[in-house]
Design a protein around this ligand. Structure first.
Ligand code: ZN
Length: 252
C-alpha cells in the first residue's frame, strides 16, 4: 500500500493531524500500513529487539506467558498475524506490543502480577492492541509515508529500523496510544480472558495495584491505569456476571 501511496499520504497525514478535535476518531483509525506490510515491519522490529534487548528463555517466565498467551489468542475471531510471546530482561514492570502481533513482557512485571488471572489481564490488553492494529496506527499517525516506505525497503535503513523498533519497545512519545485505544484494548482483552475461562477481574486488580504504587513506573505512562479504565472494566464485569466463564458470545 505504502509503495504506491507515497507522497500523497504525507499531505493527507498532515491535513488529518492538523485538524480539530472533532476529527479525533478519524485520526485514531488512520492506518497507511497494510497487514502484509505490518507483518514485514514486525519481523524487522523483532530482529532489532533481539539484538538490543536481552530475551529471556527461562521457562519460569516464558512458560506462563506463552501458555496463557496462546489460550487467549485462541479466542480471537480472526487473526491477521501469528502471535508470538517473548520475555525481555528489564526490571521495570511493563509489557509492549510491536507491529505484527509480537508481544513482549518485562521480567519486572512478574514482581507485580499476583496470579495467572492478573497476567492474563495484562496479556489480553496487549493482544487487544495487536488485534486492533494499534501499533501500526500509532506509527501511521506519527511517521510520514516516506519514512515508513524507507523502513519497508529494508536493509539499507538499519538505523531507522533500529530507532523505530526502540521507540515502540520503550514506549516513546511517537508511538503512544490514545485514550480510546487503551479502552478498546481493555475491552478486547476482557472478552478474551473470559472466553479462556479466567475470572474477569484480573486486569482491574492489576491496575489498582499499579495505582497504589504511585507514579514512576514506566507502565503508567505507556498504558496509564486511569480511573476511567477501571470503571469501564468493572461495568463489563457487571454486564456479564450471570454468564458462566468460558461462555462469552460477544463479538470482537
Ligand atoms: Zn495499552
Amino acid at each position: 500500500m505504502l509503495l504506491w501511496m507515497r507522497k500523497g499520504c504525507v499531505f493527507a497525514l498532515f491535513f488529518v493531524l492538523g485538524g480539530c478535535a472533532y476529527l479525533e476518531p478519524l485520526v485514531q483509525d488512520f492506518n497507511i500500513i497494510s497487514v502484509s506490510e505490518e507483518r514485514q515491519l514486525g519481523q524487522q522490529f523483532a530482529e532489532q529487539i533481539s539484538k538490543e534487548m536481552v530475551l529471556v528463555e527461562d521457562p519460569q517466565f516464558t512458560g506462563p506467558v506463552r501458555r496463557i498467551g496462546s489460550q487467549l489468542v485462541a479466542g480471537l475471531r480472526h487473526r491477521d498475524f501469528d502471535y508470538h510471546f517473548y520475555v525481555v530482561k528489564d526490571a521495570s514492570p511493563n509489557a509492549f506490543t510491536i507491529p505484527g502481533g509480537s508481544i513482549y513482557v518485562h521480567t519486572g512485571l512478574f514482581k507485580l502480577v499476583g496470579d495467572d488471572s492478573e497476567l492474563a489481564g495484562v496479556l489480553g490488553h496487549e493482544i487487544g492492541h495487536a488485534y486492533e492494529r494499534h501499533p501500526a496506527k500509532a506509527m501511521s499517525r506519527s511517521y510520514g509515508a516516506d519514512f515508513l516506505t524507507n523502513l519497508l525497503l529494508g536493509s539499507k535503513n538499519n538505523n531507522q529500523i533500529r530507532s523505530a523498533a526502540l521507540q515502540i519497545a520503550k514506549g516513546g512519545i511517537l508511538t503512544r496510544y490514545s485514550r480510546e485505544e487503551e479502552l478498546v484494548a481493555d475491552e478486547v482483552g476482557y472478552h478474551l480472558i473470559r472466553r479462556a475461562g479466567y475470572p474477569g477481574d484480573g486486569l482491574v486488580r492489576f491496575l489498582k495495584k499499579l495505582q497504589s504504587q504511585g507514579s514512576g513506573l514506566s507502565i503508567l505512562s505507556t498504558h496509564p491505569p486511569t480511573p476511567e479504565r477501571v470503571a469501564r472494566l468493572e461495568a463489563l464485569q457487571r454486564q456479564d456476571q450471570n454468564i458462566p466463564a468460558g461462555d462469552q458470545r460477544r463479538l470482537i
